[in-house]
Design a protein around this ligand. Structure first.
Ligand code: AMP
Length: 546
């Protein structure tokens, strides 16, 4: 017997309709590429999204077509999030930090039809315009006054002119909730990037999960500033969650340095933010150097890479900003786990609480996870056994766009689990802790050494700005840990002092064999350390013990 409830597909457009009806006056504030601060409301943003939906029709965009963006976090990008997906086309958020060759490869693979871009990226557009195969028009996300005077880009259109020429009279179409809504390519550290194609249903379910209190905890009383770019897995779902709950949204544009972010946090009364650890490092350095405070920000979500406990401490103990450690991946829309404490942790001392918070957290409802050993057998949730992390759920990829790279689920005998490529433990309370990416694990004498632990310890040293730990070849042990360190400006620390810093903090045999100081650690397009690059750079290096 079926239930007798309405059959309504879960569609992304409903989020904007809700925000417009029930939170119409709520503000969306953006720092524009043009340099000024722009203020709008959900009411206005919804009307302009409908205009843009009509504008897309006028450009000949059909349902299922891929419409690409190369854009920062801003209200026009937000309008496209809804106009493109809401009208049944697929929003493809290209990552502008990639090399032009990669952008061309990805745009061709996705068969993008139209490309919307922020003015910052005009040189990149000029570099790719003659090379991309399927893009029919390029739209500069600005008004006529700011349009590039003489540009080599063919079919260059102006965003505000498209809007002005279109009527806001547009009814969001109703279609199957399984319809594709947006497309993101993985960072692709090996081989070509692969596309994760989200659906309206997966995005909507993910949005509910993101907003929950034990998850990213978003409410109408929040002022949310996603530092995580809208081209990095849909800014972790915050542009959708903000509409769902009716939160004020603050979008920082290209201004992601510590000073600009801090000014915006203070000016707009931001309560909740989100970003990768490398961004927060710049912010903390600025706040520390200038003796500043956060007057309204009380929570920040840190994910995308392991959050060093030293950073957590700085935020929580010095600035009264609670850190929420979260884990996920492009293939997971991205949210998998969030590290909120349970009632039983409330009575713990500061150190013990920190040990829990340093973990990547508990599965949010909708994500099922387990760890398996090399033989594929499930390992116990005892906080000690570590194995490859497998996940499944309604917002987790079933296969890559165009079947690229084979079927990821085949690995687990077709049992429907996605292999994350992360190595982790899960404790009895369900808290998952990543010890490594499987390809970054250091194998010493047949045992695994988790590089993240070693990096976290080094990062707690006051002179260390960034630390990466990689496996260096060793004739006896196969690999031994090598610590690569970028010092803080003016920071003074020697190799021996750093190695001594590990004493008593980990098993002795885990201590790195050597330290190499570098001017910079290579970062990828989403702000994560690129250990493969580092391994290439240090290919000729020989351990003193080898
Ligand atoms: P991406 O798809 O580019 O977002 O990368 C996903 C990968 O980033 C994951 O598989 C993890 O290896 C890593 N990652 C994400 N969040 C965390 C975290 N909180 N701690 C450690 N690694 C993380």
């Amino acid at each position: 017997m079926n239930g007798l409830m309405m059959q309504q597909p879960l569609l992304i457009s409903s989020l904007l309709v809700h925000a417009e009806r029930h939170h119409g006056d709520q503000e969306v504030v953006s720092r524009r590429v043009e340099g000024d601060v722009h203020r709008t409301t959900y009411r206005e943003l919804a009307a302009r999204s409908r205009q843009m939906a009509n504008g897309l029709l006028a450009l000949g965009v059909s349902p299922g077509d891929r419409v690409a963006t190369l854009a920062w976090n801003g209200y026009r990008h937000m309008e496209l999030y809804y106009a493109v997906s809401g009208s049944g086309s697929v929003l493809h958020t290209l990552n502008p930090r990639l090399h032009a060759d990669q952008v061309v490869w990805i745009a061709d693979h996705a068969e993008d039809q139209i490309l919307f871009f922020d003015l910052t990226f005009l040189p990149l557009i000029e570099a790719i315009a003659g090379r991309v195969k399927t893009i029919k028009a390029f739209v500069a996300m600005t008004d006529r006054a700011n349009m590039p005077a003489a540009s080599k880009v063919p079919n260059l259109l102006c965003y505000e002119e498209l809007i002005a020429a279109a009527s806001p009279d547009f009814t969001w179409p109703v279609f199957d909730e399984q319809t594709a809504s947006s497309l993101c390519y993985t960072s692709g550290t090996t081989g070509h990037p692969k596309g994760a194609l989200y659906s309206h249903r997966s995005t909507m379910l993910h949005t509910y999960a993101v907003a929950l209190p034990d998850s990213l905890n978003c409410s109408s009383r929040d002022v949310i500033l996603p530092v995580v770019p809208m081209f990095h897995v849909n800014a972790w779902g915050l542009p959708y969650a903000a509409c769902m709950v009716g939160a004020k949204l603050v979008l920082p544009g290209p201004f992601l340095d510590g000073k600009s972010l801090h000014e915006l946090f203070e000016a707009e009364g931001v309560t909740l933010s989100a970003g990768v650890p490398t961004v927060w490092q710049g912010l903390l350095a600025h706040v520390e150097a200038n003796n500043l405070k956060f007057s309204t920000m009380r929570r920040t979500i840190i994910g995308g890479a392991a959050c060093p406990p030293a950073m957590m401490r700085a935020f929580q103990e010095r600035y009264d900003v609670q850190v929420l450690h979260a884990w996920g991946m492009t293939e997971m829309s991205p949210l998998g786990t969030a590290c909120t404490l349970k009632a039983k942790h409330q009575g713990l001392g500061a150190e013990e609480r920190m040990a829990v918070q340093a973990k990547q957290g508990r599965a949010v409802f909708g994500v099922d996870m387990k760890i398996v050993g090399d033989d594929g057998r499930e390992l116990p949730h005892d906080g000690k056994a570590s194995g490859e992390l497998l996940v499944r759920g309604p917002w987790i990829i079933s296969s890559y766009f165009k079947g690229e790279g084979g079927d990821p689920l085949v690995y687990s005998n077709g049992n429907g689990w996605f292999p994350t490529g992360d190595v982790s433990t899960i404790d009895a309370d369900g808290y998952m802790q990543i010890t490594d990416r499987s390809k970054d694990v250091i194998k010493s004498g047949g045992e695994w050494i988790g590089s993240i632990d070693l990096e976290n310890i080094a990062m707690a040293h006051p002179s260390v700005a960034m630390a990466a730990c990689i496996g260096a070849k060793h004739p006896k042990w196969d690999e031994r840990p090598l610590l690569v360190v970028m010092k803080k400006p003016g920071g003074e620390v020697t190799r021996n002092e750093l190695l001594a810093f590990y004493e008593g903090k980990i098993a002795k045999w885990w201590t790195p064999d050597d330290v190499v100081f570098v001017d910079a650690i290579p970062l990828g397009a989403t702000g994560k350390m690129q250990k493969n690059k580092l391994r290439e750079q240090l290919a000729g290096y020989k351990l003193p013990s080898a």
